[in-house]
Design a protein around this ligand. Structure first.
Ligand SMILES: [Fe+2]
Ligand SMILES: [Fe+2]
Length: 279
């Protein structure tokens, strides 16, 4: 796996300030922080997979690509908003957000298989998020960046899924039920503080002494993120996740899960819009 694009490949001269959406800009700033935090994930994953040097090499390349996602999003955000100080926002994010256990070689997912499966879930989610961003924005430079990132996230999914399959021969079995539990945990973690606090660090904290309000920041983040999904984006993520669980894409379970995922997101979109209308 090697990096297949760089920031120099982005057509920055095509930038159209009149096509920047403020809600999307705020989400891009927050996403840039989360992506830029990749070095900690590399440290954590290389501790967990310390007995697999080939996988650690691939994880280091993966980490550089995730960092590049953060750099591309940050550069776009600073182009759209010259007052955006990415370094300061990242400092705030890293200083106050609870980090991964970097001094442990135990997976927080309970097993090596569980860790690889959880990575498949995350990469499925980011694939669909950036595909939705690409389709939603009319700003040509962000469209190009989101397209490149989404393609990388598919590649990342395939990397972790390939290793998950390879580990099946030597590691204790991870049942479909156990995978579904991890899937449920990992999806619900999207509602934890990481994205809300990234929104705060990127959009609110640098402009004054306003304290962190988790509910407000999560709502603001979700307004600009959950709202951009259309059915094909959700279906793609659900299909990728079901394949990692071990279900064929045309199976009844997989088709039902795909429909359920879209129903849940639509419900969430309505709820968020109602909250925003009354806020
Ligand atoms: Fe990424
Ligand atoms: Fe990724």
């Amino acid at each position: 796996m090697s990096q297949n694009w760089t920031l120099d490949d982005i057509e920055w001269g095509d930038f159209r300030p009149d096509l920047v959406d403020d809600e999307m800009l705020a989400v891009v700033k927050a996403a840039a922080l989360v992506e830029a935090n990749a070095p900690d994930y590399v440290t954590y994953l290389c501790n967990v997979f310390k007995d697999d040097p080939a996988l650690c090499d691939a994880i280091r390349v993966w980490g550089r690509e995730e960092e590049q996602h953060g750099a591309a999003l940050a550069q776009w955000a600073a182009t759209a908003d010259p007052d955006f100080d990415f370094d300061e926002a990242l400092r705030i994010f890293r200083s106050d957000y609870e980090q991964l256990p970097l001094d442990s070689d135990e997976s927080i997912r309970g097993s090596l298989m569980g860790e690889l499966f959880a990575r498949c879930v995350v990469e499925s989610g980011t694939t669909s998020f950036y595909a939705a961003m690409k389709d939603k924005t009319n700003e040509p430079v962000l469209k190009q960046i989101a397209h490149n990132i989404s393609a990388d996230e598919v590649k990342h999914y395939k990397l972790f899924r390939r290793h998950l399959s390879a580990y099946e021969a030597s590691q204790p079995k991870l049942s479909k039920l156990a995978r579904c539990r991890i899937l449920s945990d990992r999806v619900s973690e999207r509602n934890d503080d990481e994205f809300g606090f990234a929104y705060y660090a990127a959009n609110i904290a640098p402009h004054g002494d306003t304290p962190y309000d988790r509910d407000y920041c999560m709502l603001a983040y979700e307004l600009g993120s959950v709202g951009i999904y259309k059915q094909p984006h959700l279906e793609k993520a659900a299909r990728m996740m079901m394949m990692a669980v071990g279900f064929k894409t045309n199976s009844l379970v997989s088709r039902t899960a795909t429909k359920l995922a879209w129903w849940m997101v639509q419900r969430r979109q309505r709820h968020i819009n109602q909250l925003a209308a009354t806020a």
